[in-house]
Design a protein around this ligand. Structure first.
Ligand code: GTR
Length: 434
């Protein structure tokens, strides 16, 4: 080895060991080289061995089979929605964001009872629209409350449980005035950027639906349902509750006179990216689905032992997934499905999967391969769903948005949903939602 090569090797070792060190408990699975061979389940082989060759067979036979595996084996079974659900529009402001948008808050009362569980949907409709034209929309949850994603000081502050962070104005699990507009830099909803592109940003706080804590998550919409007596490991958990609420929010959006309810994209980052994929799979009315760095339990393939693994999730996030999934902790290769089939469930709708170059925890390559391996299902509907510029297993160049109706990018940098990502999502949406 030349001196120069030795120097490079040393620098690489230092960088890798720093990443490992920084990841603490996440160390054991950070190993960019040792990926054993694996075979992905074929999305087009039905449970009885039949080969699926047409879109009709996919819709009637295979899609329901795959959906059932994810429902009973990953996120838990969602109950039906209440026919008595109500929506009340409040706090309307016609000249929000310097006149660019009309803001409204919609109180969703999930069972319509006076003491029912409620969540507020925050909506900004762009004012600059052609006469009578309804706006396409992006719907997704936020991490810390609607009042944290906007600088407007009259948006209702959530009184739901929040994780403590005194520096950001969250104490005793409650939000304070100090938390207004303090949305985490990397989890952002760039409201004006979205409005300027002609889309309506629509968001609700995950904690009003199911607080994001193993000890608290049953204190949201779960309260509305009787406890199941027979437990078979498929009971719904927080991600299913969040996805269920997104579908309730879509019910409202389809009635809003200013929104085009047939053009609503569902989007989410990280744990909410897992949620967006599950919401898209569960409610086919979503016109387009976006997974931003959803990682393990989202787009990333379980069969690649890179980044987060099921054993870690079982310990830290037992309230996200149903118990049946955790039976596969440390034996992910035995799973009867893999996450490319969750992407396949989005077919034939446009789907965008994205990663960040330093976000090893989410396994960018696993997310990319998952998107690519959803292709057989999309091929039942389109000639060239991946487009000409995607050549799996080779990762596309960094900071390049690639693909066809299945789209992908890996952005430079860390875990986060940045304006750059939004720009690419809106370029993609422009093709299908305008
Ligand atoms: C991490 C978790 C990931 C991801 C992320 C997030 O701690 O391990 O699966 O969901 O949180 O949501 O930001």
């Amino acid at each position: 080895m030349s001196i120069l090569n030795k120097a490079f090797a040393l620098i690489a070792a230092v960088i890798i060991s720093n990443v490992v060190f920084a990841q603490g408990e996440r160390d054991p699975h950070f190993d960019p080289v040792a990926i054993p061979e694996y075979t992905l389940p074929d999305p087009l082989t039905a449970n009885d061995g039949t080969k699926i060759t047409t879109a009709e067979q996919w819709k009637a036979v295979r899609r329901p089979e795959i959906y059932k595996m994810f429902s009973e084996g990953v996120y838990g079974v969602m109950p039906p929605k209440f026919e008595t659900m109500t929506f009340t529009v409040e706090n309307v402001k016609a000249d929000a964001c310097g006149g660019k948008a009309t803001r409204k808050e919609v109180v969703i009362n999930f069972n319509g009872q006076p003491d029912g569980v409620k969540a507020r949907l925050l909506i900004y409709v762009p004012n600059n629209r052609a006469e009578g034209k309804k706006a396409p929309a992006f719907l997704g949850m936020n991490f810390r409350g609607n009042h944290t994603v906007t600088l407007e000081d009259d948006v209702t502050m959530t009184d739901a449980w929040v994780p403590n962070e005194p520096k950001e104005g969250r104490v005793n699990h409650k939000s304070t005035e100090k938390s207004r507009g303090k949305y985490q830099e990397h989890w952002r909803w760039p409201i004006e950027q979205i409005i300027d592109r002609g889309y309506a940003p629509c968001t609700l706080f995950m904690g009003e639906v199911a607080p994001d804590s193993p000890n608290e998550y049953l204190k949201g919409v779960a309260k509305l349902f009787p406890k199941k007596e027979v437990k078979d490991g498929s009971e719904w958990r927080a991600i299913s509750m969040w996805a269920w609420a997104l579908s309730c929010a879509l019910d409202y959006l389809q009635t809003d006179p200013d929104i085009d309810g047939t053009k609503v994209a569902v989007i989410g980052h990280s744990r909410l990216g897992k949620t967006a994929l599950w919401a898209g799979a569960s409610d086919e009315r979503f016109a387009l689905v976006i997974s931003n760095e959803s990682g393990c339990g989202g787009a990333a393939l379980y069969r690649r032992p890179v980044g987060e693994r099921l054993g870690f999730m079982k310990k830290h996030f037992p309230h996200w997934f149903c118990d049946n999934l955790f039976k596969y902790a440390d034996r992910e290769n035995d799973l009867p499905f893999d996450m490319h089939e969750l992407i396949a469930l989005q077919a034939p709708r446009p789907v965008y999967v994205a990663s960040a170059s330093l976000d090893i925890w989410c396994d960018p390559k696993g997310e990319f391969l998952s998107a690519c391996n959803a292709e057989p299902a999309y091929k039942l509907f389109y000639d060239n769903p991946l487009g000409d510029d995607v050549n799996p297993p080779k990762m596309p160049a960094i900071d390049t948005s690639v693909g066809g109706i299945i789209h992908y990018h890996v952005r430079t940098g860390k875990h986060g949903l940045l304006p750059w990502d939004w720009d690419k999502y809106m370029n993609f949406a422009d093709k299908y939602m305008k």
